[in-house]
Design a protein around this ligand. Sequence first.
Ligand code: PEP
Ligand code: CO
Length: 447
Amino acid sequence: MSSSWSPPSWRELTAAQQPDWPDSAALDRALKELSTYPPLVFAGEARALTGSLAEVAAGQAFLVQAGDCAESFDTFSADTIRDKLRVILQMAVVLTYSSGVPVVKVGRIAGQFAKPRSSPFERVGDLDLPSFRGHMVNDSAPTADARVADPQRLVTAYHQAASTLNLLRAFTKGGFADLGRVHAWNREFVASSAQGRRYEAIADGIERALRFMAACGIDLQSEHQLHEVDFYTSHEALILGYEEALTRRDSLTGDWYDCSAHMLWIGDRTRQLDGAHVGFLSGVRNPLGCKLGPTATPDEVVALCEALNPERVPGRLTLISRMGASAVEEKLPPLLRAVRESGHPVVWACDPMHGNTFTSAGGRKTRHFDDVIAEIAGFFAAHRAEGTWPGGVHIELTGDEVTECLGGAEEILDAHLDHRYETMCDPRLNARQSIDLAFRVAELLRG
Ligand code: PEP
Ligand code: CO
């Protein structure tokens, strides 16, 4: 952090992807209100996550970061939150067993309400409408009214994030995350399809491990680690006014934390070195992520490490590559090499979603499960070749049985996409595809 940093100092820099708020007085009022609200997360929790991510950076843990592309104000319910958490916990159990190391669990949840867009306008029929930028900003309905940026949405986003976090805290500490229970859900998945049965050996192994612990005299009922999990929140820190309004000075250390989530990331479209997003996040102490698409150069990536983590704190910075299945083996190794040579301690995670989006024959924005797996396989291969640790995966998923991505355990075809295509933004893996993915990654980790 430079000595001239303060929460509003990003305002002197160029901020990409900010909405055009038509009523600036209303925006000021909303931000002022937010700045008086309680923090959503505590600095100590963000520090604990940095500590866990430091283990990932050291090759002694694995990261699963997953959740919605964009959370919705409309489909907000206890069930959707529970089902999303359930899938992430199921994935984590499979990966813990297969990797033999702790899995750090971070949701794209409780704040993932803002979207960067490739164009500020969208053509709908013969109308040019402002693009949908996430429910924190406007609504996705294709009308001029719905697309007006409304500052009151910033306040609604805060409240929805607060209730989501409240439920997550209850679920993760109140018995829902019980290992035996999560394993039983995985058993159900394995038993219920021919594709699932392929993973019987892994599921059997987990069961044997549980029996082994019990046989050794470990009382599985009384070990709180088997009934509770640490679960962290994250989102793309896109709308900087919102992030600034939730930034607080930690009373213990005097450091600044963005208390809107435990971890914040910078998108591929807002990672300009001299831009406001890098400038703002350089000054808060939360663990950070930065997406890296195929245009990222080795020099740029090392410069981002310097800007975001000049003190080289392990766990502070996670680099999330999203190259696309066809580009990962060419584009990723030079970045791995440059960062390794610079000596920066980073977590490397693979986002196999955003580089593999295409429009299906039926006109739906989709991704194929096989491309997603292929990018992860390329990511693992690149790390193996460079001697670096493939630290984790970053996935867009939902706990609902939507039909947005092709392929996977149930072989979703183009003709099925219309059945339940519900995303407001990018296509997400459904629950079964997500668990299928975890088992595939497990195979890659063991291979
Ligand atoms: C996202 O994570 O939803 C996203 C927009 O990613 P990226 O910045 O990598 O395009
Ligand atoms: Co997305």
